[in-house]
Design a binder for this molecule. Structure first.
Ligand SMILES: Cc1cc2nc3c(=O)[nH]c(=O)nc-3n(C[C@H](O)[C@H](O)[C@H](O)COP(=O)(O)O)c2cc1C
Length: 235
């Protein structure tokens, strides 16, 4: 799909000049700008240039209820499948809950989210639970299992971003309730959820989340996260 950016008039007047409302496909009638504000773009104000896929991915909370096509679902899972892993063990396991396919299972999974996450995920069409096998095929503890599952999750959300979809990772859920609801084996650990869907109307979020949605993305400075040749030595 063609992706075009249509900044709103209000965009350039804001304190954060990089933050714009955008929409996809054909330019909508001007009235639609005011009826529906989909914020599909929130690029990282990076210190040096980085790839758009990384700078452009972000964690939105305004979803529309439009379903995700099976084709797109396959693509994001395929991207996760090709993540690297220690010994190529591929310990990640994804449980996909597509509201349009199995609403009962979707509701069961949704019920394990903390109330804060339930609130803004109410319209989300897909939830994906990220779990990992905690042991190797030899029965030993795989100390890279979570690392590998995180890498696969990142591949999934980057592919979602590349497809113009909204994806948001969440640790705010009850892992024990999830384990029980879906009868997970003991050597499988539920780590996080990813909600997946299409960008929705930001104005439908509650005022606090709406502001958060529009705020500039923040990170620690490079000097705080990268050291050169020793602990806390300047890079
Ligand atoms: C493992 C993980 C767990 C997260 N849990 C939640 C969550 O429960 N609820 C939520 O609203 N956001 C959650 N987030 C989203 C983060 O708040 C978000 O990634 C962070 O603020 C950086 O924003 P960005 O992804 O837009 O750059 C989570 C992200 C990750 C990677």
């Amino acid at each position: 799909m063609l992706r075009k950016i249509y900044p709103l008039a209000s965009c350039s007047a804001r304190a954060e000049p990089r933050l714009c409302y955008v929409t996809f496909g054909q330019p909508p009638a001007i009235m639609n700008f005011y009826r529906e504000k989909r914020m599909a773009h929130k690029p990282a104000p990076s210190a040096v240039a980085i790839h758009e896929l990384i700078a452009g991915r972000w964690s939105p909370r305004a979803y529309s209820s439009e379903p995700v096509s099976r084709e797109n679902l396959h693509a994001v899972l395929e991207a996760a499948r090709w993540a690297p892993s220690s010994y190529n063990a591929q310990p990640w396991r994804f449980l996909v809950f597509d509201r349009s396919v199995d609403e009962v299972a979707f509701k069961q999974a949704f019920a394990t989210l903390v109330p804060f996450n339930q609130a803004w995920n109410a319209p989300a069409p897909v939830l994906i639970a990220v779990t990992t096998l905690t042991r190797t095929s030899k029965g030993e503890v795989n100390r890279c299992a979570q690392y590998d599952a995180g890498a696969a999750a990142m591949a999934l959300v980057l592919q979602a971003h590349a497809l113009g979809l909204a994806a948001h990772q969440m640790s705010g859920f009850d892992p024990n309730a999830f384990r029980k609801a879906f009868d997970l084996p003991n050597d499988v650990e539920p780590i996080a959820f990813i909600s997946l869907g299409h960008f929705g109307d930001v104005e439908k979020l509650d005022p606090v989340l709406r502001e958060r949605e529009k705020s500039v993305r923040q990170r620690l400075p490079l000097a705080e996260i990268a050291y050169g040749g020793g602990w806390k030595k300047a890079f």
